[in-house]
Design a protein around this ligand. Structure first.
Ligand code: PMP
Ligand code: GLN
Length: 393
């Protein structure tokens, strides 16, 4: 579809003129709909962190911090990776603070890929990946995840890296939009491929602490992976503070140096007071993070049970903010995009058509899949379910 940006936008970015999240949040605001689209909580995270940010501003932490991040946060990230996963990192050379995971992903892909290099990604794919690959002039190689368990065919994965231009695997676990947590066996397959084909790995682990069933295992902990993996995370999801945009990269020093080279010309550095507060967040006791995840698990159950009751085919997620449904039983014949537009207008609820998370090669892919965010107050989820009950096919 042609958009207003096309008159000036470089061709490689035309498929990415507007993000689905902005489009659907604007639709929710314009129609007064309940917004179960873009993934942000409707209650703010721990007051201790918010107070720490206020105190940092009052105490004068308001000028450019070091380009690689304030030492307190780099030390906190290293301590977090050690305490949670047994990964030893030097906070001086092996940690880089970024403007959210979004910048970390962009800087990493820009830093590591030559034009024409191939990036293996699991589809459906979080929206920024394809755009970042395009900005780098690299080429996506997609490996499909299949419902209900969002598993992949190992043969398809192996076939995705046959070219000498294969450069890296970009893995997202826990996974947006499906909520999948890659199993130890699946991670072992990815790791084996990276080792055998001498590929780098980039892992986006922003939902690492929002796991309800199963366990999150960073790819970097697998044999032979520590020195070839760039691990990316962010505090936005863990602490329900998505607007703060503090993320981080951890990896072996040469990889961090490469990503830093790109990051310094994207943003140079990340907002200082929020870095101070995030360092406090990472030092919270594990029980506090578990409490946040338990609250979210109850919301997942409420939304999934409600959607099932309404007739949707629900792929109950073991992690993240999102549940994916097949709308086939409730909206026979409708595609997800058409359904989501009609839903906002007719029922006052906004959700995300998951079809947008699939590449252009297969227009039928994800055609009837819709993603719903459950990181909302219980009353809001109940209101949304009540509104959805008025849907007539
Ligand atoms: N990766 C994934 C998988 C996400 O869902 C998101 C959305 N928040 C991001 C990256 C971006 O994170 P941030 O807000 O820290 O930039
Ligand atoms: N990660 C959020 C989501 O998946 C959106 C963040 C954004 O708008 N870029 O809904």
């Amino acid at each position: 579809m042609a958009t207003a940006a096309d008159a000036y936008l470089a061709r490689r970015l035309r498929p990415f003129a507007t993000t689905i999240f902005a489009t659907m949040s604007e639709l929710a605001t314009a129609t007064g709909a309940v917004n179960l689209g873009q993934g942000f909580p409707d209650t703010d995270g721990p007051s201790a962190l918010r107070e720490a940010a206020v105190a940092a501003i009052r105490e004068g932490r308001n000028q450019y911090p070091p380009g690689n991040g304030i030492p307190e946060l780099r030390r906190a990230v290293a301590a977090h990776q050690r305490d949670w996963y047994g990964l030893a990192l030097d906070p001086e050379t092996e940690v880089l603070v970024t403007v959210g995971a979004t910048e970390a992903i962009a800087a990493t892909v820009l830093a590591l890929c030559e034009p024409g290099d191939e990036v293996v990604m699991f589809e459906p794919t979080y929206d920024s990946y394809a755009a970042c690959v395009a900005m780098a002039g690299a080429v996506p190689r997609l490996v499909r995840l299949h419902p209900p368990g969002w598993t992949f065919d190992p043969g398809e994965l192996a076939a995705a890296v046959t070219s000498p231009r294969a450069r890296l695997v970009l893995l997202n676990t826990p996974h947006n939009p499906t909520g999948k947590v890659f199993s130890p066996d699946e991670l072992a397959q990815v790791a084996a491929l990276c080792r055998d084909r001498d590929l780098l790995a980039v892992t986006d682990e922003v939902y690492e602490h929002l796991v309800f069933d199963g366990t999150h295992v960073p790819l970097a902990t697998l044999p032979g992976m520590r020195d070839r993996t760039v691990t990316i995370s962010s505090g936005g999801k863990t602490f329900s503070l998505t607007g703060w945009k503090v993320g981080w990269v951890s990896a072996a020093a040469p990889l961090v140096a490469a990503v830093r080279a790109a990051k310094q010309f994207l943003t140079y550095t990340s907002p200082a007071p929020f870095q101070v507060a995030m360092a406090h967040g990472l030092a919270l006791p594990p029980g506090e993070l578990q409490r946040l995840a338990d609250e979210l698990a109850a919301k997942r159950d409420l939304l999934c049970e409600g959607l099932e009751h309404l007739g949707y085919r629900v792929y109950r997620p073991p992690a993240t903010y999102f549940a994916t449904t097949d709308i086939g039983p409730v909206a026979p014949g409708l595609g997800a995009e058409e359904f989501c537009l009609a839903l906002a207008a007719r029922c006052g609820v906004v959700a995300i058509p998951s079809s947008v998370f699939y590449g252009p090669g297969d227009p039928a892919a994800g055609r009837t899949l819709v993603r719903w965010a459950f990181c909302k107050r219980e009353s809001v989820l109940r209101d949304a379910l009540a509104r959805l009950a008025s849907w007539v096919p």
